[in-house]
Design a protein around this ligand. Structure first.
Ligand SMILES: [Zn+2]
Ligand SMILES: [Zn+2]
Length: 244
């Protein structure tokens, strides 16, 4: 009780942008934030529906991320609500990662659903499945929840898409990718994720929407997308709040 009271004082529920309204990001301010151009995550140039350009996806074509290894891209598009340089969203995400407030993720998921529905309404069908990026269980115990899971579950509810949090597993703890050197990044993700074999039929020939809060280097979602495609997934779409 007292803890909740303290949390409310430290992180009160008011719009982070205009200071009014009884929400973390009011409708009006969300509309102002959600003005990011549709672009291809790899080359950052304009692309309809946030699709990765064919030329950026060509099989065996190696690509370079800023300060990163040469890699093949396994995801087909990255749908984002906003750019991470956007101060309001960045403030909301970083602030609430440390205040154990589930509510913020529930609220942001409503905005995220709108991004999905607005940009790729054709994804809403029974051949699509929403999966959260899994969190290592010790981290989940420490935080009390996995924010990607809250986002994924609520986007699924809002858009009537099938959702499953048991398909992907995180086998071990991984360090934050952006803080690692080139070689360490590849090593850090090696066998970090696994597919629960009992649920293989859930991804076979299906389009997967992989949900995470932020995408930075892209290496984590790429590793998962690779695993999903090796196990029969048709397409992998990444849906997240912010990207760099
Ligand atoms: Zn506002
Ligand atoms: Zn491109």
């Amino acid at each position: 009780m007292i803890w909740n009271f303290i949390k409310d004082i430290l992180a009160p529920k008011k719009c982070y942008s205009c200071n009014k309204h009884w929400r973390f990001l009011c409708e009006e301010c969300f509309n102002k934030q959600n003005n990011c151009e549709v672009f291809c995550y790899i080359c950052k140039k304009h692309s309809p529906e946030f699709n990765i350009h064919k030329k950026c996806l060509i099989e065996n074509k190696l690509m370079s991320w800023k300060n990163f290894n040469w890699l093949k891209v396994y995801f087909d598009k990255v749908l984002v609500l906003t750019h991470y340089s956007n101060s309001i969203i960045k403030k909301l995400i970083t602030h609430f990662k440390f205040f154990w407030k589930k509510e913020i993720w529930e609220e942001l998921s409503k905005h995220l659903s709108k991004v999905l529905i607005k940009n790729s309404p054709w994804l809403i069908n029974k051949n699509t499945i929403i999966l959260p990026v899994p969190m290592f269980f010790i981290r989940k115990i420490l935080r009390g929840y996995n924010q990607s899971d809250i986002l994924a579950k609520n986007v699924a509810l809002n858009s009537w898409i099938y959702y499953n949090k048991y398909v992907l597993k995180r086998g071990r703890h991984t360090r934050q990718q952006s803080k690692l050197s080139q070689e360490d990044r590849t090593e850090n993700l090696k066998n970090a994720f696994k597919i629960n074999k009992k649920h293989l039929d859930k991804i076979d020939k299906r389009t997967i929407i992989l949900v995470d809060d932020v995408i930075s280097t892209g290496s984590t979602v790429n590793e998962i997308a690779k695993l999903l495609k090796q196990n029969g997934a048709k397409k992998v779409i990444v849906l997240c709040l912010a990207s760099n």
